[in-house]
Structures are given as structure tokens and as C-alpha cells.
Design a protein around this ligand. Sequence first.
Ligand code: BDR
Ligand code: CA
Length: 309
Amino acid sequence: PTPLIIDTDPGVDDAVALVLALRSPEVDVRAVVAAFGNVALDDTLRNARQLVALLGRSDVPVAAGASRPLVHDLPARAGHVHGVDGLGGRSAGLTDLAPLDPRPGVDLMADVLRGATEPVTIASIGPLTDTALLLATHPELTERIGRVVVMGGALGAGNVTGAAEFNVHIDPEAAHRVLTQAEVPVTLVPLDLTLRCMVGTPWLERLAGADPVCAELAAMIVPYHAFYSADHGRDAVAMHDALALLECVAPGSLRTTPLPVRVACDLGPARGATVADHSADATGPRVQVALDADVPTVLEAVLTRLASV
Ligand code: BDR
Ligand code: CA
């Protein structure tokens, strides 16, 4: 199996992504790093430890990542989307906690890379802060990274501002660092695709009926589903991070286009916008931008993997 590091901020769709990864035999989850993001670091870290314990995988190291962005800490969290605890109000009922690995998240990632004999995939499904710090502080290890798969960005409309997606907007400098380097291949899974891959009540009912872990996930999703359905005016909820994880465990699930992507890092209204260069003579490292997929196949694949015990 491919060694996998998950850089996350659980988060309801992060929870779905974690379960998908831990139930996919093609990958070996070697580390979970939880950073600030959807909610504050204390909450995302507790949630990550609870989720790993819920899966009976307390052998997977869970460490604390960044508590704030690299440069500008503009308070913006998503408790109104994911619940004040980050898990749709379900955290209080999850009493088992996987142990906390004492290493800082970046050190844990570096140790996993040093110990790996095969290329490691990094799934970055929250702020890109820790992945950017890893690339910046351990250039000697970048050759051990097979690919970074990022859920983030939007070539069209954003979800925090008109132009910016949450994971990029919350730390644009970190996102720019990851998306514009040439050492490590990057696949970007932006809103343009994840908002085409929404699920509704029939999918969620199948999830709820699969097994106790999936029933717990479905319970976490209830308020998140209500938020998305109200926002989009129909019975639909986005599983952003789970799509990025699907691409990690089953490469090629999403169809990509190679494009140079830069991030607007000024403090004006474009802050956090991901700007792709579509011109024929575009220069700079190309990111594989996932802009298309066979949507029903992808949604069925996510559900099948979640429900496989
Ligand atoms: C991204 O932002 C977070 O709220 C989700 O967990 C996902 O990673 C979607 O924009
Ligand atoms: Ca996330």
C-alpha cells in the first residue's frame, strides 16, 4: 500500500475523508496532522484523535499541526458550517481518544518521510500551513513525496468570498508556497469539481445504514447537510475532502488539467483567489487541477469504500 500522510482540520467532510482513507487497503495511513481550520486547533486535534479511535486505529500517530496561519491571522473559522465542535455536535459523545503523538506535526511528517521506502502521498485537506512548512524546512525530503493532493481553491466562485475557497483563503501564503513549487507534483481538487459532486438524502441514508461507524458519520453530517441544502436551495451536501482522499487511494478517479496556479496574497478582495494561467505560453510549475470526473461513479466509490469494513 502507498504510505499516506493526512494534513487535516476535522471538520465533517474531513471526518468522512479519514474514514475513507482508513478503510481503503491501497493506502497505509502513517500520520494524521490536525491543524487549526474549520475550528480552532484544540478542537480539530481532539476530533482527529476521536475519529482515529472510533476506527479502532489508535496505532496511527496523531499530532498537532499549526494553530494559526503563516502570516496574517485573520479570524475566520467555519463553526457555522461544521458545528461549534467541528463534528456537527457529535464530539461530546465520542469518549475514546487515540494517543497524542508528542512531535510537532511537521516533525512527524518529516519522520514518516525519512522512514518510508516508497514514495509517500500527502493529502492536504485543511489549511496548507503545515504542508508548506514541511516543504520549506525539509527540502532534502521532498524527493520522498510522490504527490501532494490538495482539496482547495476555486477557479470559479469561492465559498468564503466571491473569489476564494476556505482552505486557501485561511492561509494564502502557505497555499502559494505549495502550489508554485516545482519539486513535488501537486494535484488540486477545487470547488469547481467538489460542488458538482454533491450527495443527497438517498446517499446519506445508505451511509447511515452501513455500520455503526458510518451511522456516526451520518449523524455528524446532519447539521452540515442542513447548512448546504439551505445554501444551495436543494437537498445536497458537498463531500469536498473525501473526493481528494478518493484520488489518493484510487489515483485517476478525477480527471485533471495541468495548469500553473498562483494565489492572490494581497489583503484586498482577491485575497486567497487561486488564479490559473490558461494561456498557451503559460510558464511556471503546473498543478494537476481536477476539473472533471464521472460524478455518479465517484460518489458510488466514496460510499462503497466508507461502507467496507
Ligand atoms: C474545505 O473547507 C473546509 O470547510 C472543508 O473541510 C474543506 O476542506 C471546503 O472549502
Ligand atoms: Ca477540511
